[in-house]
Design a protein around this ligand. Structure first.
Ligand code: GTP
Ligand code: SPV
Ligand code: MN
Length: 516
């Protein structure tokens, strides 16, 4: 029912290539260990062979894979999440290169469960889990861990980002890619419905989880979504929060670990329709103190089911990106939105992302941890080299997107969210677009540019000026502590840490010092 970071390994010849951000095992040891578990594990089962394509089938950026599995559930999911089948097989025959994935549910015993990546061999072996990120090998294993490793040597980026098109009433569209940690709002933002106050605005979904970013010949950063479907968080999805998702999962949808009603309809917390009869484990639901659906229950659905689906998700060349946005789940500290001062400062902002842990991974929920670029569980190599790679883009283009940071999750003393979120997040995206178009000035602070008080449109919103001021404030003392913690974290990467990143950190520290 969730990813298992503690059982997920990156197996490179040199341990330092995997970095402190990954669990590491020597490739030979890893093969030996996992092959012993695979031995005989599929006996009596059906072996499925899944040729798949990540990215539009005719895109130069698309990458192929073949997953072998003994799970029909995996096949059905991969069919919606990737371009699978004969077209992929033909391209594999043409390209002559593909990622090899081997998966078995094994006996589902956590003691005999591993997700192992061999980026130098372009292969993945996964046993003991049937859950999405552990078992649909095209997704996080291939499209992020293996792809990020390849992207570094080939000069592109594989990121944990949604891709959204925002169209203003005049018909101009800006494409924005946002990296938020697991269960922190990517799917919701990708298919946002403009609030009533925003007549004439439209939102187009290109992707909700993964973006592959390439510089084109003109120096523009372009994004393609390697996936063809959504594997989304079910709890919290309703008519009000995410109507597009709510509508698109009424048919042709796989539900995983939800509760059911008497009529065998799927049910989850905050669905706001029906009552649960059976919980996600198939038990009679009586104990109301526990959720009936697993907090990380998921839907799988083809992207084409989504009313806001953009045809450009099929464009081989992808879409040009105006802004990159990082975000996290922070009760305090991080303002609603701020803009980095330049590309390398933006890389520091991304490297410093922290977020409360969620049910998307097995383990404690609600603990603040560093999740750089929302890639802590997914970067297939040493974060120090990854930041260096990010920084290198500034030398290759003068037309890079601007970088922002958002936080929809600030709370008051009673644990109530200060910002309404969901559809209203469009108001923040508008400020981001205005900044990209140089239409609005901003307030310079030690951590970056913040909106002036009136520049976030709050028309028809029941929010006080005091709350807005709180959402758009920078507490220098708290930020000094935060930057100390970011500095300590960066130092754990030792000599490999890029000097340019240390320098950006020192600049923010100095600016805070001056402001205090
Ligand atoms: P992964 O699929 O795990 O990568 O997650 P994701 O980043 O796509 O997260 P998703 O959009 O599914 O949101 C996760 C949870 O956060 C859901 O329960 C949402 O209802 C909730 N959520 C999303 N956006 C907002 C927001 O703007 N405000 C608040 N308060 N909650 C939100
Ligand atoms: C996430 O956890 O970030 C997800 C779900 O998108 S999974 O595919 O399991 O990684
Ligand atoms: Mn994700």
């Amino acid at each position: 029912m969730a990813r298992v970071e503690h059982l997920t390994f990156v197996c490179t010849d040199d341990k330092d290539d995997a970095g402190p951000n990954n669990n590491w095992m020597a490739p030979a040891d890893a093969h030996q260990k996992i092959d012993a578990l695979f031995d005989g594990c599929m006996r009596g089962r059906t072996m499925f062979v899944i040729p798949y394509c990540m990215g539009p089938i005719d895109s130069p950026y698309a990458r192929m894979g073949v997953e072998i599995t003994d799970s029909a559930y995996v096949v059905a999911n991969m069919r919606m999440m990737t371009r699978m089948g004969s077209a992929a097989l033909q391209r594999i025959e043409k390209d002559g290169i593909f990622v090899k994935g081997l998966h078995s549910t094994g006996d589902l015993d956590p003691e005999r469960r591993f997700i192992m990546h061999f980026p130098e061999e372009l292969s993945i072996k996964s046993i003991g889990s049937g859950y999405g990120g552990n078992a649909l090998l095209g997704k996080k294993c291939h499209a992020l861990r293996i792809a990020s490793y390849q992207a570094r040597s080939e000069g592109w980026l594989a990121e944990h980002m949604l891709i959204v098109g925002i169209e203003n009433p005049q018909g101009d569209v800006h494409y924005i890619a946002c990296a938020f940690p697991s269960a922190c709002g990517k799917t919701n933002l990708a298919m946002l419905i403009p609030p009533e106050s925003h007549a004439g605005w439209k939102v187009w979904t290109l992707g909700d989880d993964i973006a592959w970013l390439h510089l084109d010949d003109d120096g523009l950063l372009r994004a393609v979504n390697p996936e063809a479907g959504y594997f989304g968080v079910v709890p919290g999805t309703n008519e009000k929060t995410n109507k597009n998702a709510f509508d698109m999962i009424r048919s042709n949808t796989i539900y995983t670990n939800v509760a059911t009603t008497e009529d065998n309809e799927p049910w989850w917390e905050d669905k706001n329709v029906g009552t649960p009869k059976t919980d996600w484990q198939g038990r009679n639901y009586e104990d109301n103190s526990k959720p009936a659906a697993h907090p990380n229950s998921r839907f799988t659905v083809s992207a084409k089911n989504n009313a806001s689906y953009s045809e450009l998700a099929e464009a081989p060349e992808g879409v040009p990106i105006s802004a990159l946005v990082f975000g996290g789940r922070r009760k305090e500290l991080a303002p609603l939105v701020y803009e980095a001062k330049n590309w390398s400062h933006g890389v520091l902002v991304g490297a410093g992302v922290a977020s409360e842990t969620t049910a998307a991974n097995v383990g404690e929920v609600g603990i603040v941890r560093r999740d750089p670029m929302a890639m802590k569980p997914f970067c297939g190599y040493n974060f120090a080299d990854y930041w260096d790679h990010w920084l290198s883009f500034a030398q290759r283009s003068s037309k890079l997107p601007r970088i922002f940071h958002v936080n929809w999750f600030r709370q008051d003393k009673n644990g109530k969210f200060l910002w309404p979120g969901f559809g209203e997040n469009l108001r923040v995206m508008r400020w981001i677009i205005d900044r990209c178009e140089n239409q609005v000035s901003a307030r310079e602070t030690p951590i970056g540019f913040l909106p002036n008080a009136d520049d976030i449109d709050t028309t028809d919103l029941d929010i006080s000026a005091d709350t807005m001021a709180a959402l758009l404030s920078v507490n220098v003392e708290q930020w000094q502590a935060e930057m100390t913690s970011v500095g300590e974290y960066l130092d754990t990467y030792g000599d490999r840490l890029p000097a340019a990143l240390k320098k950006e950190h020192a600049i923010v520290v100095e600016n805070l010092q001056k402001a205090s």
